[in-house]
Write a protein that binds this ligand. Structure first.
Ligand SMILES: [Zn+2]
Length: 378
């Protein structure tokens, strides 16, 4: 086997030089596979690998002959007045500027003072904000500033975008990321589009408007103004949060779409998570779950609905779905049950909402191609 390989190597490299047109013609034919000169393979990938091997071989073979050229180039680079040095420094500066643009913007955003009215709003609406220590709160404020700085916000169909709407979405992102400082929200830099109310799958309000939020693998985050305002309402609206729901979907997108297994989940936990989702989905279907029915429509929706409940009704989830609570606690590295959410959860402890109320938040997730994963709820 090895001998055959060496023979072939010798034949290919030796004959390439002797063949008509020398290396140049040989290489062109070799890489295209046309004419199969000198017995090269019919498989394009094999040809390509041979081509790479040949290029490396030629490079090593020719290096001693090109050494004087290399040394002249080195002398030029060492001379700071030479054009080559100037050009290289220019290219290096451009590349550095390109890569440093993001960090530079973040540094600028982090240096800006956090607005006091933002602080007051967060203290009133987001229980996490007042419950955690200074380090976590500062990180939360910083992530809010990054989100506001890196996303554009637009109103559609006459929706007016104000600070409260912007802050509502940024607070959701900062909350989800707070326990994992190294994480980034997938697809940063998206625009956020606000609709006045629900919209249909062609993004119009009307008789078939069924969605309060929608997010795609690429492209904007679409949200209903009405649902966003209800997400962090005071008093709480009852465990539903379209902001957390849609942003949770961003954790779930893989190259092939959303599958209900967050892409940042440790691979070792994936099979246990799938099994847990299967069991919990069965509970939703049999009416023995605190999660609303929409969670059973697709694994990706299960994750998004579970994330809402985890942050909005943590005590109830910890009591009734201890394993699910632990899984999400480990995933986000956050423990909302410790934040004293009793006030926010008041009124729904130990009781289930009617099916109709549970269907109140309608939302879905789409793939880039436009097909909806999981049927939209009615
Ligand atoms: Zn969804």
């Amino acid at each position: 086997m090895r001998l055959a390989f060496i023979r072939r190597l010798r034949r290919v490299f030796g004959e390439s030089r002797r063949g008509p047109g020398g290396d140049g013609v040989f290489l062109r034919r070799f890489v295209s596979g046309r004419g199969r000169p000198w017995g090269c393979s019919e498989k394009p990938l094999t040809n390509f690998l041979w081509y790479i091997a040949l290029r490396i071989f030629r490079c090593i073979e020719n290096f001693p002959r090109r050494l004087p050229l290399f040394s002249r180039l080195l002398v030029r680079i060492a001379d700071p007045s030479s054009l080559v040095t100037g050009a290289l420094l220019g290219v290096a500066a451009l590349v550095s500027a390109f890569h440093l643009r993001g960090p530079w913007r973040r540094w600028q955003a982090a240096r800006r003072a956090f607005p006091e009215d933002h602080r007051r709003w967060l203290a009133r609406r987001v229980p996490f904000y007042t419950a955690v220590n200074d380090v976590r709160r500062r990180r939360f404020e910083r992530d809010v500033q990054f989100f506001l700085d890196e996303h554009s916000f637009e109103g559609v169909d006459g929706a007016v975008v104000d600070d409260e709407l912007r802050l509502s979405v940024a607070a959701g992102a900062a909350l989800l990321l707070n326990g994992r400082p190294a994480w980034e929200l997938r697809g940063a830099g998206r625009s956020v589009l606000f609709y006045p109310g629900a919209f249909d799958d062609e993004y119009h309000a009307g008789d078939y408007a069924a969605f309060d939020g929608m997010v795609h693998q690429q492209g904007p985050i679409l949200l209903s103004t009405r649902a966003v305002r209800a997400s962090w309402s005071d008093p709480p609206s009852g465990g539903e949060n379209v902001v957390l729901h849609e942003l949770a979907h961003l954790f779930d997108f893989q190259s092939e779409g959303a599958d209900g297994v967050p892409s940042l989940m440790a691979p070792a936990s994936e099979s246990a998570w799938r099994e847990l989702v299967r069991r919990e989905t069965a509970r939703v279907r049999s009416g023995r779950s605190m999660l609303r029915d929409y969670a059973a429509s697709a694994p990706s929706e299960f994750f998004a609905v579970a994330v809402e409940a985890f942050f909005e009704r943590p005590a109830q989830m910890q009591r009734r779905h201890a394993e699910l609570y632990e899984a999400l606690k480990n995933f986000f590295n956050l423990d909302p049950a410790e934040w004293g959410m009793g006030e926010r959860e008041r009124g729904d402890v130990g009781e289930e909402k009617s099916g109709q109320q549970q269907e109140g938040l309608r939302s879905t997730v789409q793939r880039t191609g436009g097909d909806i994963t999981g049927p939209p709820s009615a």
